[in-house]
Ligand binder design. Structure first.
Ligand code: TXA
Ligand code: MG
Length: 324
């Protein structure tokens, strides 16, 4: 069973135990502001393989490599001027930049899936210090079984992966609640590979140009982890619900009453005041709670597609997609 260390109570022990487990080639759960990550040494192929085994992920996808600071990131990747401006504006934070990998670096091809690019993110808070103490980048997808709902607390990780990993570093609930926004600069164009915890508008403001959203099928190759039927709870998911069917679980948004809500198996509201940041922070926890009610269907109220709503709706469409 995983040892859980509360970093607020014992930060030094958490740093030391984290570094020791990572140096031993283990995959461990780390807190970030977006979601909890399942982290391993990005330079150690056996350690990266443990991530895939633990998640039960069938394919090798490129993993995001987490760094301590911009200087560390620059040792591994080439920064164009737009990417550098975004890094300076938003790191540490919920932004991942896909950049050309410098040749001859220690990042293992299993972390990049053999691509000549690397996805880099600098997380806020404790995990930045952990990476600095460890001295090497950490490959870390979300800390959940493949295809299931992401974890935004140590308790979520423990329930899902506690029997398979040695250590969970607990920093409380993730404040953002959805994974990082992934962008890539290509031929001077700025492309959105995954909507996430940093709203597209803020990126466009700093970059001074529009984010191109790829609608073509090649987006699946460009961002291979972004397949349909991700983030799926056990129950079926029904979107844009304005009235509830008997026996359904309800996840509402905003102040409006949903017809039939009184007969819900469980009725939750992502943000009664209609705040999208609050809704993102509650999203995965409420999906797990609604699932635990045993309802066969979780109905979601419509959520505006602006700001963080773009990332929330992306995750909900994947949760509602036909299962493999
Ligand atoms: O918020 C987050 O980003 C979380 C926390 C733990 O930091 N991490 C996360 O990592 O979601 P991960 O490894 O699941 O994200 C992997 C996705 C890939 O599926 C792909 O979409 C994109 O990041 N990616 C990574 N490297 C890439 C590359 N070289 N080219 C294109 N896409 C890449
Ligand atoms: Mg994930």
């Amino acid at each position: 069973m995983a040892r859980i260390i509360d970093i607020k109570a014992d930060r030094q022990t958490a740093l030391e135990a984290g570094c020791a487990a990572l140096a031993g080639g283990f995959a461990i759960a780390i807190p970030t502001e977006t979601v909890y990550g399942l982290a391993a040494d990005a330079t150690n192929p056996a350690a990266i393989t443990r991530i895939y085994e633990t998640k039960g992920r069938p394919r090798f996808n490129p993993l995001i490599c987490h760094m301590a600071d911009l200087a560390m990131a620059e040792a591994y990747a080439e920064f164009d001027p737009i990417s550098r401006a975004l890094a300076e504006a938003f790191w540490p934070g919920p932004l991942t930049l896909v950049l050309p990998l410098k040749s001859g670096t220690a990042i293992h091809a299993l972390a990049t899936a053999g691509l000549d690019s690397v996805g880099i993110r600098i997380p806020k808070g404790f995990t930045g210090d952990l990476i600095r103490a460890f001295g090497r980048p950490l490959a870390a997808p979300s800390a959940n079984t493949s295809g299931k709902v992401s974890a935004t607390s140590a308790a979520h990780v423990e329930a899902d992966l506690g029997a398979k990993i040695p250590l969970i570093l607990d920093a409380g609930a993730s404040t953002v609640g959805v994974e990082s926004t992934i962008v890539k600069v290509e031929n001077g164009e700025l492309r959105l590979l995954r909507p996430g915890g940093l709203p597209a508008k803020e990126i466009e403001r700093v970059a001074g140009k529009r984010l191109l959203r790829s609608k073509k099928a090649s987006a699946a190759i460009e961002a291979p982890g972004m397949l349909a039927s991700h983030y799926a709870p056990g129950a079926a998911v029904r979107l844009e619900a304005t009235a509830l069917e008997p026996g359904e679980a309800l996840i509402a948004f905003g102040p409006d009453r949903v017809a039939g809500a009184e007969q819900a198996a469980i009725a939750l509201n992502l943000s009664p005041r209609g705040d999208l940041s609050e809704a993102a922070a509650n999203l995965f926890d409420y999906m797990k709670k609604a699932d635990a009610s045993g309802a066969a269907v979780i109905a979601f109220s419509p959520i505006p597609d602006e700001g963080l709503g773009e990332a929330i709706n992306d995750r909900l469409r994947r949760a509602a997609a036909p299962r493999e």
